[in-house]
Design a protein around this ligand. Structure first.
Ligand code: GDP
Ligand code: IMO
Ligand code: MG
Length: 428
């Protein structure tokens, strides 16, 4: 079972980090393939909490080699700060390798991210402000700076100048900001060259060779299906392809390398930032989910919008990502409700939809149609086998499985490593 993709099936923060860590002792490589430090993956080991933004979650297992693939956008200041903070806590990061083709996020990407959001006003996306969109924009516009450019001073200076030429006009004339000095940017990046150089390798070639040798590679998704720039709720998305297929592009492996696609689904729904979310609860129930689930962003600290499980959202993710398994997280958070609503269809202007509608307009008009499942009162955090779960909890899981059309192979019943109910082996 060499190639496994872990991918979020909703709008992020499903518990991808925890799920990855859960199988970390059985993998050889853990690869981030998309996004950047907009991600925040929380892992709790022996009561100690780690929040990873750029580094792959597998890192917390000593035998795992962490890889940052070509599809990631890397803010080197953030990367080094994250490494230093982890090493200070005794986590060895020396095995990290970074793709020479990964693009860098610079200060001007962050500036542009923030000013464009401000100019959008009510139409803002609610980005994390980390410069992600502008960095991917430069990549697509062929104005990006790659990690390898840091090792050729004259090329780097030229590229930074070219990247800033138009942007400085925009910053000064449209956004009323100071122009960015290309020399300052170039020098700042060059200041990182020596430290990053030993970690930079041809990661795509390395991963293919290691897969040939039978090594187990886990591709750790960031963000999620519905934040995907092609398949998500555009324009309220991130600027990359978090979907499972993105692992092939963002790490440089062919589709035949992928043996397992594990969709991570929270037992309810959350979203950070703007954009439609049919099951969002703007009442006391939403507050209760936020409080019990501690639904506050790992990266920006923003309140996460909370709502009931939306089967159409996860079914859509399953359809496009071809999940082999679902790992259902935070089921313990649903303890204590008498009835638990689950969205099984939408009413769109009087028309029933059993799958996600095709257009954005329809999705914005979607009203959830709920089925009310019986809740449970028992504490399930100590359960380790499916049979240990109360009958109503089992029925909830079975109904979600039926609605989404994919087997649920693991269930999270707490934030800590090992707080899981495993049903099927995720690696067999
Ligand atoms: P990610 O971005 O998908 O990795 O998810 P985040 O780390 O941003 O958010 C998930 C949060 O839920 C984190 O605080 C995790 O520690 C926590 N978590 C993950 N799985 C479970 C679970 O099964 N139960 C509980 N109670 N918390 C969980
Ligand atoms: P993890 O990996 C939740 C959201 C932002 C915003 C939109 C675009 O922890 O699940 P961006 O800064 O990427 O341009 O913002 O995407 N977003 C996330 N929401 N979890 C994430 O990552 C996210 N990464 C980006 O809130 O709505
Ligand atoms: Mg997160």
């Amino acid at each position: 079972m060499p190639g496994i993709v872990v991918v979020g099936s909703q709008w992020g923060d499903e518990g991808k980090g925890k799920a990855t860590d859960q199988i970390g002792d059985r993998i050889d490589y853990c690869v981030r393939y998309s996004g950047g430090n907009n991600a925040g993956h929380t892992i709790v080991v022996n009561g100690e909490k780690f929040a990873l933004h750029l580094l792959p979650s597998g890192l917390l297992n000593p035998g795992v080699r962490p890889v940052i693939g070509n599809g990631v956008v890397v803010d080197l200041d953030v990367l080094f700060a994250e490494i230093d903070a982890l090493e200070a806590r005794g986590v060895d990061c020396s095995g990290l390798v970074v793709s020479a083709n990964a693009h860098v996020i610079t200060s001007y990407h962050q500036t542009i991210d923030k000013v464009t959001e401000r100019f959008l006003g009510k139409a803002r996306i609610g980005t994390t402000g980390r410069g992600i969109g502008p960095a991917y924009g430069d990549k697509i516009n062929r104005l990006g700076i790659r990690i390898q450019d840091l090792f050729d001073e004259s090329i780097l200076a030229k590229k930074v100048e070219a990247a800033l030429e138009q942007k400085n006009h925009l910053l000064v004339k449209v956004y009323n900001r100071r122009a960015v000095d290309p020399t300052e940017v170039t020098e700042h990046l060059l200041g990182h060259a020596e430290r990053i150089k030993p970690q930079v390798v041809d990661t795509a070639r390395m991963l293919n060779d290691e897969l040939d040798a039978g090594k187990v590679v886990l591709f750790e998704g960031a963000q999620a299906h519905h934040l995907d720039v092609d398949h998500g709720t555009y324009p309220y998305v991130t600027s990359s392809n978090p979907v499972a297929a993105g692992a092939c592009v963002g790490a440089g492996v062919g589709p035949t390398r992928i043996d397992r696609v594990i969709g991570i689904a929270k037992a309810y729904t959350t979203r950070v930032g703007e954009g439609p979310m049919p099951t969002e609860l703007l009442d006391a129930d939403g507050d209760r989910l936020r409080e019990t689930g501690a639904e506050f962003g790992t990266t920006t600290g923003r309140n996460r919008r909370c709502g009931w499980f939306d089967a159409l959202v996860v079914e859509h993710a399953h359809k496009i990502n071809s999940f082999t398994d679902i790992f259902l997280t935070k089921l313990d958070i649903l303890t204590g409700w008498e009835k638990i609503p689950v969205c099984v269809a939408y009413d769109v202007d009087g028309v029933r939809h059993d799958t996600m509608p095709m257009t954005q307009t329809e999705f914005h008009h979607a009203k959830p149609v709920y089925e009310f499942l019986d809740g449970w009162q028992e504490d399930i955090s100590g359960c380790r086998k499916f049979g240990d779960l109360p009958a109503n909890t089992q029925a909830y899981v079975k109904r979600l499985e039926e609605l989404v059309g994919c087997r649920i192979s693991g269930i999270g019943v707490g934030p800590g490593r090992g707080e899981v109910v495993m049903i099927n082996d995720l690696l067999a």
